[in-house]
Design a protein around this ligand. Sequence first.
Ligand SMILES: [Mn+2]
Length: 291
Amino acid sequence: MVNPPGIQFLAPDAPYCEPDKAKVIIIPAPLEYSVCYMKGTARGPEAILEASGQMELYDEELDCCPTDIGVHTRAPLDYSGMDHAAALKATGDAVREVLQRGQFPFTLGGEHSLSAPVIQAVHEHYPDLTVVHIDAHGDLRDTYEGTPLSHACIERRVVDMGIPLLEIGIRSFSPEEVAFMKTRPNVSIVWAYEIARGTAQIPWERLGKHTYITLDLDAFDPAAMPAVGTPEPGGLSWYQVLDLVREVCRRSTVVGMDVVELCPMPNQAHAEFLAARLVHKMLGYRFFAKQ
Ligand SMILES: [Mn+2]
């Protein structure tokens, strides 16, 4: 690995681990190729890492410091000179390397298209994988703007891999996606309005032994998380998202996670702080909330 070291996730006095001793490897993936509306998600990982430096390490809900397990942030992936396909391959390879070393990959985006090669890499290690996709969008198009690699297609690629899919928080869905979803019993969708109205019946029985969580920050309501490329009204609250992640972690062994699509905005800081705290909470639930 020739990239210079980047910023570490968390405060300077956090108990960092050597790359080969850490349980978790944070992978900053500043990918930006197919974003269609607001640009700037390439700066997302760095903004999360910078905000994390201001964060307390104690989790009051779990009564522990989740990062005591050892969290190392590797150098950001360097996509310079790569086309989209090569950048996706490099991202998948980085995750593959982490898994081969027996560590837990947590990828920070960057645009959501990175999740397809990442999930492919995780699926190679865990063939019984289920994907939980928390997002405003279904991302189930076959192609978008002429490419199957788009952020709008990543869950379609997951279905192509034969992986069962549970989508939660969805509120922006195309007729093409509805038609597709209705033919696929392996795809379950929990709409945002069902969660907001308290009528959601989440089919947790769909989770297998191993689960991957991909979390697009536009799943949150734009009031809480305005710094995304395609904000949609009627999103989830902070505690609704936390409860979902905690429930997945209790019911299944989560073997990889990503948080994607932060698109930092000028003159505000709450979006990157939310994203940084979210990563911290997700690690806590993964490693300390197991029943
Ligand atoms: Mn989305």
